[in-house]
Design a protein around this ligand. Structure first.
Ligand SMILES: Cc1cc2nc3c(=O)[nH]c(=O)nc-3n(C[C@H](O)[C@H](O)[C@H](O)COP(=O)(O)O)c2cc1C
Length: 145
């Protein structure tokens, strides 16, 4: 299976997750990881994993624009999304808020099949090992064997 992990990141946390996911699945799939600004086409990617941090209550603009720009291509792909933010620390208290303000703007822009959604608690340039492990297990489950 050909997997593209596409992300943007201001302080490196989301990038760490993207690279950890690659490490977890590269034994089982052909994987590339890129910042969205480096992507011109999705080519033969079968599964596209898109990662964004949340800033000021929104996913990064670069990610939203990327999803809009590539919406036709994404229509034919499996898509999975992950977000990295502080709010996940508050668990059920903010579940509605996360779904409506953080996840919904991403889902609204994806016409392809959404096969997974993951929310991670991230700091500014750092993230706990537990969250990294969660991301690795999640990505592994996305693969078609
Ligand atoms: C200026 C600033 C604004 C932020 N705004 C939010 C926010 O609105 N909601 C939230 O849950 N996390 C917020 N965060 C937390 C980031 O999403 C989190 O630290 C993330 O791991 C940063 O990822 P990055 O290092 O890949 O940029 C904010 C962080 C900073 C520094």
């Amino acid at each position: 299976m050909r997997v593209c992990i596409l992300y943007d990141s201001k302080h490196g946390t989301t990038e760490k997750v993207a690279r950890a996911i690659k490490e977890a699945i590269e034994e089982y799939a052909s994987v590339e990881v890129k910042r969205v600004s480096e992507v011109t086409t999705l080519g033969d990617c079968e599964l596209v994993i898109v990662g964004t941090p949340i800033y000021y209550e929104k996913p990064l603009k670069s990610i939203l624009e990327f999803l809009e720009k590539h919406s036709e291509e994404l229509e034919k792909k499996k898509v999975a999304i992950f977000i990295v933010c502080f709010a996940v620390a508050f668990r059920s208290l903010v579940r509605w808020h996360i779904q409506n303000h953080y996840i919904k703007p991403l889902k609204e822009r994806i016409r392809g099949e959404i096969v997974g959604t993951l929310m991670l608690r991230g700091g500014i340039g750092n993230i706990g090992e537990g969250e990294i492990e969660k991301a690795k297990r999640w990505a592994f489950r996305l693969l078609d064997f």
